[in-house]
Design a protein around this ligand. Structure first.
Ligand code: EPZ
Length: 416
């Protein structure tokens, strides 16, 4: 396992450019198999999770190629409908491939995605919805087998606005017979990006970004070129790192509309913003003020920003209350932060953060993707050398994090 060695205490200053969105790329790469031809994707982040998704496509018989910043996927020769167990275990979000494979082949087999570092993460809502589309579901020996002669559009109501279930329903319905009306759908911007990609291939999806999505099935889809949206969680991560180090940062290729709750909370903590079309300028004050956050489905405060924001609040003035409403096990990084002198008590889904004047360097371990980024933030703040190990978690979702940070004044190096 590799580590980051961070020498803390520097302000972050200068310009950083945001990469393409991990959570938009994964469902869009899955959707690319629906045209049975070629899809050219631009601005796909070069991270572990997109690598795994492309690897799965290759095993399913697709040709994938990377050239000059674009990913070319040719699914014309795809001939396998089983998602490999080992890769499914590495990345549970590959479950969204199920909807796409079903739409194309009316048949898919995948191993039941286990839980991950942040919670049990069942797929009951996915399977319930696929059943409503006329798909038979069989669970056997840890595998899920789904098949049907024809996917039939239907009315589906989600008990909870799950991002993955919403994406799977859209993918499974794009080539279905008739119309699907999905209510209590997830409204995340990544769903809109998926809709825009599908419609560029000739699909008829509307309403993404609202809680009612309509999908009129079409007979076939055409080849496409598409540019993936910027990563809103990477954007929020850099804004919090600048705020925690009393820095001033220009964040380029970012869409501020996608992270309004994060910007509002940073303003409440004392930061000032100048927002332009694709650029966010943040100026942060001497010491931040404590604020309270509650994670909610979009457009609420994103759960993926909870650990990074909490790490930033660990040196704010006053006591902050954090409530994690989405995942039941997303505080694992806090024990590591406490090694650095943070004062945080956890009561179930609530974290009570008593801001301390300073953090001290330590050896800490990343526990998951966003928890890992939270420890990098703490290492940037703490004086002295901090070692963050298990950075493979971080490489899953951040492209060139250390290089980008070193360009804006940090001192961070990778140790193998
Ligand atoms: C997506 O995960 C993101 N992943 C997650 O980001 C993000 O945290 C999450 O949405 C919420 O915003 C990707 O897009 C690849 P959900 P997903 O289905 O789709 C429960 C990151 O750090 N649920 O909206 O798996 C579930 O257990 C990752 O980039 C069921 O109970 O999230 C959770 O508590 C982490 N049954 C809640 O709903 C189901 O069938 C939200 O899950 C499905 C979900």
């Amino acid at each position: 396992m590799s580590s980051y060695i961070i020498t803390g205490g520097s302000k972050l200053e200068g310009t950083v450019s945001i990469s393409g969105s991990k959570n938009a790329s994964l469902p869009i790469i899955a959707a690319s198999i629906l045209n049975g031809g070629t899809s050219k994707l631009y601005n796909v982040p070069n991270i572990h999770d997109t690598e795994i998704t492309l690897k799965i496509l290759k095993i399913l018989g697709c040709k994938t190629d990377k050239k000059n910043g674009k990913i070319i996927i040719d699914s014309s020769k795809m001939n396998c409908h089983e998602i490999p167990d080992d890769l499914m275990r590495q990345m549970r979000s590959s479950v969204v491939l199920a909807g796409a494979i079903l739409a194309r082949f009316k048949n898919v087999k995948f191993s039941y995605p286990g839980g991950c570092d942040i919670g049990a993460r069942p797929i009951d809502l996915h399977l319930k919805a696929l059943k409503k589309l006329g798909i038979s579901i069989e669970k056997e020996a840890g595998y899920v087998k789904c098949k049907c002669d024809e996917i039939k559009g239907n009315e589906i109501h989600l008990d909870f606005p799950s991002v993955g279930a919403t994406e799977n329903i859209i993918l499974a319905s794009a080539l279905a017979k008739g119309e699907t009306i999905l209510s209590n759908a997830a409204m995340e911007p990544e769903i809109e990006d998926l809709q825009n990609f599908l419609n560029k291939m000739g699909a008829k999806v509307q309403g993404a970004g609202t809680n009612i999505i309509r999908i009129i099935g079409v007979k076939s889809l055409k080849e496409v070129n598409y540019n993936i949206m910027p990563d809103r969680i990477e954007t929020g991560t850099f804004l919090c790192m600048a705020a925690a180090t009393s820095g001033n940062l220009e964040v380029k290729n970012a869409n501020s509309n996608h992270i309004i709750p994060v910007i509002k909370k940073l303003e409440e903590a004392g930061c000032r913003f100048n927002i332009k079309k694709n650029t966010i300028l943040i100026e942060s004050s001497k010491r931040l003020k404590a604020v309270d956050i509650k994670t909610m489905p979009y457009p609420g405060f994103p759960t993926d920003m909870q650990s990074i924001f909490s790490s930033m609040l660990s040196t704010a003035k006053g006591t902050s209350i954090v409530v994690e409403n989405i995942f039941e096990n997303r505080y694992r990084y806090i024990n590591e932060l406490k090694r650095m002198g943070a004062k945080i008590d956890i009561e179930g889904r609530i974290a009570i953060i008593k801001g301390v004047k300073k953090l001290s360097n330590a050896q800490v371990e990343a526990t998951d993707l966003r928890g890992g980024a939270a420890l990098v933030l703490a290492g940037l703040v703490a004086k002295g050398k901090t070692k963050v190990s298990n950075i493979e978690y971080i490489l899953r979702g951040y492209q060139d994090l250390d290089q980008k940070l070193n360009k804006i004044g940090a001192k961070i190096k990778k140790q193998y």
